[in-house]
Write a protein that binds this ligand. Structure first.
Ligand SMILES: *[C@@H]1O[C@H](CO)[C@@H](O)[C@H](O)[C@H]1NC(C)=O
Ligand SMILES: *[C@@H]1O[C@H](CO)[C@@H](O)[C@H](O)[C@H]1NC(C)=O
Ligand SMILES: *[C@@H]1O[C@H](CO)[C@@H](O)[C@H](O)[C@H]1NC(C)=O
Ligand SMILES: *[C@@H]1O[C@H](CO)[C@@H](O)[C@H](O)[C@H]1NC(C)=O
Length: 926
């Protein structure tokens, strides 16, 4: 046996970033990450942009991103030169004062403004000294709404320039199980499809988007400015129980109710269509097209009415009629003939629609009134309050009114208020080539009523969000959140009562679906509650007046401040370094045109206490001789450190430390792996002794304090261990898995055309993954990666990198950040994840961006598994390419994902899974 090689790494709190990018004459976004975590439909997204000023003079650096309108910003910070600058959420009035003061000084600043249909733009800037860096970090939160049977997470990627280290990581966690997941959007095009990886495991799903810098310039919606487009992730969850999902945590609950096994109920729908002069041209054409589609979709048991209006009303028929073929044909002829003219008498038209529905009571059906208009009331009654009061009187809570505001000339607030007063909602229809599809899409959302008069009851619940809903439509979802009285989950009893046609239904399940999300620190459920409560209070505020309005506003403001949401009632004040201006960020209301650019205010900069890892200026290596004795508990082996070279206190650094003496008693075959975590003035020593029990040992550290070291001793086991590999399927079926024993050198990825090859050596001692991975690129470039170090051999030159790093050699880039090493070679992107198992680190490679041509080989280049289950008893047999194989149901850890979930899989011999001999996937030399 060999004498143990013992190595310990010391990690400073601040890490130096060495960049070897070519000098640009401007600033350089060297890293742009979007990280979105969705849990119970609540999405928290963090955008992190790291920018360097490469100039010899200070420079104003901008941060500009787009986020969904529906979201609330909850955090913004900047890290500059070891300082952190936190945005502070303040009441709008307080912030307004700073804003106004700044305006009077003639300064300008960033704001949040509405762009397009679904996005808002967040913009700010800061002055960065020559050759310094800034990190911007923005967090926003939103509750995903279920529409037409799916949730949609929209991620806008527009980093403003091609970025070497660009990535989007999405993790979805739904306890009910994920039914399907799809990635769409403008960025999910052919050119970028190879950069998207998707993994789905029952309750969790991951989507990664890792385009290379070149791809960011050449894709459809990309150019010199880099990418500009959306990634839209859609999914739905399983709905096994009719009462739905209820999650509780920390005395709060959220209930998602969307029963699926119901029959549709007939509907009575009246369309009230504006044909005033302003609808002239494309708008009226698109309305006609949409109406024809909608009429086609009516079911035979539905009844409907159609009126058009300008300053007078034209009925197609005075009363509702059945949606049979004859009536539909006649209605379509009428719709084709709708022409624009005259003024806009909304009052008369809506009242007439309501009259028609009221004159047509049908038990067991759902009535709906839909108004489409593109302008303000200009004829008949034009006083908005009077119209609203008339409409309210006529509808009297008997059915919902949906208002569609076409274009930007509408008084959207008026429509919104009127629909909210009548249990409906208002939607804006954007004047665009797809306006007919928007109209049709809206109609589809309400096309299939399943329940009416839905009452959500929570015994033992308090501070509930809205609990009464006039209708529930197929494909949508009702969400209620609240608090559980005294956090007493036992007595908390949810129940739903609703009408389905002529039946009264009660949903209450003894198969208790109430599940606790466990961890106390997870306040997500509480945030969902706060988010929904604030949204609903803001709507309620719109409906009220006088002191009631003020009270609701006050409540919404208090919650926004408590949970640090940037809502229309609050603003975020972004403090900057001393002498610089402060930005005041306001969230616009729907339809609000971007206001004055908010001017900045000079405020003293904050003097933050620390900078997080991954950011900070450089520093020199200090050479302090140190004798650190780490004495371990009696039944463990001792391990001593002597003559370690440590950096100067306070300097940002990471460096290896060689152990020059190992105390007697350390097993000769022990391996020591590396550092785990850093905390000021604490040393964490983690060890494993034969018998594999793990223990963390803490002790005060001698000078310098802000350092950490950790050592793990791993016993050498007798037989080489085996490692399990997964081949994921294209569809939703189970992945295949197979084992490969340790000390095998595997061909991971070979791309002969690009002269790229990646090989890896499995760890022969510890179960997990690879000990070393070597990348060969072109003739004379070789990069060796292990958990501690990256060694680059370029011709005769050898360089070693141990910390956070950014290495560029020709068209090869290696970026190390924490436990991820990102390797880009031409149009291929491989991420090497560092996992820790029982205190030992190992590597796991993942192909995140396939090259466009198919001429690749190796374990990472395997095609998704395609198989057929041909026999179930007595044992399961799968058929893969005409070959039948016996398999057993087993599981495997998916190390291609940071959180390494365990997936079920079909275990089979490597040869069967690979459809070739394993020898074809091994190499003699790394
Ligand atoms: C993304 O965010 C989640 C939740 O905050 C965090 O656990 C995870 O480590 C982040 N991932 C990355 C790649 O930063
Ligand atoms: C509801 O929508 C789903 C698809 O989203 C469909 O399969 C189902 O049949 C619909 N239910 C009714 C009653 O129309
Ligand atoms: C909700 O509906 C129930 C019965 O349908 C009614 O008793 C209750 O007052 C309603 N609550 C609210 C807040 O409107
Ligand atoms: C309750 O759970 C059992 C077993 O999981 C299942 O058979 C039964 O149908 C469930 N009952 C309801 C009302 O969903």
């Amino acid at each position: 046996m060999e004498r143990a090689v013992v190595q310990i790494t010391l990690l400073g709190l601040l890490l130096a970033l060495v960049t070897t990018l070519p000098n640009k004459d401007n600033w350089d976004i060297y890293s742009f990450h979007i990280n979105s975590t969705v849990s119970s439909r609540y999405a928290t997204t963090v955008i992190t942009s790291r920018v360097a000023n490469r100039m010899d003079e200070s420079k104003e650096i901008e941060f500009q991103v787009r986020i969904p309108k529906n979201a609330f910003i909850s955090k913004f910070r900047m890290f500059i030169d070891g300082q952190v600058y936190d945005g502070v959420v303040k009441g709008k009035e307080t912030a307004q004062q700073q804003y106004t003061e700044a305006v009077s000084r003639g300064q300008s600043a960033g704001i949040v403004s509405s762009v397009g249909r679904t996005l808002e733009e967040f913009k700010t800037s800061v002055n960065v000294a020559a050759h310094k860096k800034v990190t911007f970090e923005l967090t926003y939160e939103e509750l995903l709404k279920r529409r037409l049977g799916k949730y949609e997470l929209q991620i806008h990627a527009q980093p403003m320039q091609p970025v070497k280290d660009f990535k989007v990581d999405v993790h979805i966690n739904e306890q009910a199980g994920i039914n399907f997941i799809e990635v769409k959007g403008g960025l999910s095009t052919k050119a970028l499809a190879n950069a998207i990886t998707k993994t789905h495991a029952d309750k969790q799903a991951w989507v990664y988007f890792y385009p290379t810098e070149d791809q960011q310039k050449t894709c459809d919606s990309c150019g010199e400015q880099g990418m500009n487009g959306d990634l839209v992730i859609t999914y739905d969850v399983n709905r096994d129980t009719s009462l739905g999902d209820i999650k509780t945590s920390d005395g709060y609950f959220v209930h998602h109710f969307a029963p699926s096994s119901l029959t549709r109920i007939p509907k009575n729908v009246v369309f009230v269509i504006d044909r005033s002069g302003s609808m002239h041209g494309r708008k009226i054409q698109q309305t006609r097209i949409a109406l024809l589609h909608i009429l086609n979709d009516l079911a035979e048991e539905d009844h409907f009415g159609l009126i058009t209006f300008d300053d007078s009303i034209i009925h197609w028929k005075r009363e509702l009629v059945q949606a049979n073929k004859k009536n539909l044909d006649s209605a379509k002829a009428f719709a084709r003939d709708i022409r624009d003219r005259g003024g806009t008498d909304i009052n008369k038209a809506v009242l007439e629609g309501a009259r028609m529905l009221n004159a047509h009571p049908r038990e067991g059906s759902a009535s709906i009134l839909i108004l489409l208009t593109d302008g303000d009331p200009t004829s008949g009654v034009t006083n908005i309050e009077i119209i609203q009061s008339n409409v309210r009187g006529a509808i009297a809570d008997k059915f919902p009114l949906y208002c569609l505001g076409f274009g930007f000339d509408v008084n959207f607030e008026f429509l919104e208020k009127m629909s909210l007063q009548n249990n409906g909602l208002a939607r804006r229809i954007y004047e665009d080539s797809d306006a007919d599809l928007q109209l049709k899409g809206f109609y589809e959302e309400v096309a299939t009523p399943l329940l009416t008069d839905v009452t959500m009851i929570y015994l033992g619940g308090t501070n509930l969000t809205q609990t009464n809903f006039s209708q529930y439509y197929n494909g949508s979802e009702i969400v209620v959140a609240g608090q559980i009285t005294d956090n007493n989950v036992e007595t908390f009893t949810p129940q739903v009562v609703a009408i389905s046609g002529r039946r009264r239904l009660t949903f209450s399940e003894t198969n208790a679906t109430v599940e606790s999300t466990g961890t106390v620190s997870d306040n997500r459920i509480q945030r969902v509650w706060a988010y929904l409560t604030v949204k609903q209070l803001l709507e309620k505020e719109l409906l009220l007046s006088g002191p009631e309005k003020e009270n609701v506003k006050k409540e919404a403001l208090e919650l926004s401040l408590k949970y640090r949401f940037v809502t229309p009632l609050t603003s975020m004040v972004v403090t900057k370094p001393q002498g610089e201006t402060t930005d005041v960020l306001h969230k616009p209301k729907e339809g609000e045109t971007p206001g004055l650019p908010a001017p900045p205010v000079a405020l003293p900069g904050q003097h933050g206490a620390f900078a997080p890892p991954g950011f900070g200026g450089g520093g020199g290596v200090g050479g302090t001789g140190l004798g650190a004795g780490v004495s371990m508990a009696h039944d463990y082996h001792d391990l001593f450190l002597y003559d370690a070279v440590l950096p100067d206190a306070g300097v940002s650094y990471q460096m290896p430390v060689k152990i020059t003496r190992v105390v007697e008693g350390t097993p000769l075959n022990a391996k020591v792996s590396r550092v785990i975590e850093a905390t000021p003035s604490r040393v964490f020593v983690s060890r494993i002794v034969p018998g594999m029990s793990v223990d963390d040992y803490q002790m005060p550290m001698p000078e310098p304090e802000d350092l950490l070291m950790a050592a793990t001793i791993v016993p050498e086991t007798e037989a080489p261990v085996s490692h399990r590999f997964l081949i994921k399927p294209e569809n939703m079926s189970l992945p295949l898995c197979f084992d490969v024993t340790g000390d095998t050198r595997l061909k991971l990825f070979h791309h002969p055309n690009k002269e790229l090859s990646v090989n890896g050596e499995l760890d022969s001692v510890v179960y997990g993954g690879f000990k070393q991975i070597v990348i060969h690129f072109k003739a004379d470039l070789q990069v060796e990666v292990d958990a501690n170090e990256i060694t680059v051999r370029e011709g005769q030159t050898v360089t070693r990198h141990t910390g956070q790093d950014h290495i560029t050699a020709g068209s090869l880039t290696v970026i190390r950040r924490g436990k991820e090493i990102d390797v880009t070679a031409g149009d291929t992107r491989i991420v090497i994840l560092i996992h820790v198992k029982d205190g030992t680190e190992f590597l796991w490679p993942v192909l995140r961006q396939q090259p466009s041509d198919n001429n690749t080989e190796g374990i990472l280049a395997l095609k998704p598994a395609v198989y057929e289950e041909v026999q179930q008893t007595p044992s399961t047999k799968l058929k893969i390419k005409d070959q039948e194989t016996d398999v057993t149901r087993s599981n495997a850890v998916d190390y291609s994902i940071v959180s390494h979930p365990t997936l079920d899989c079909w275990l089979m011999p490597a040869e069967s899974a690979l459809q070739r001999r394993l020898d074809d996937f091994t190499v003699a030399q790394l």
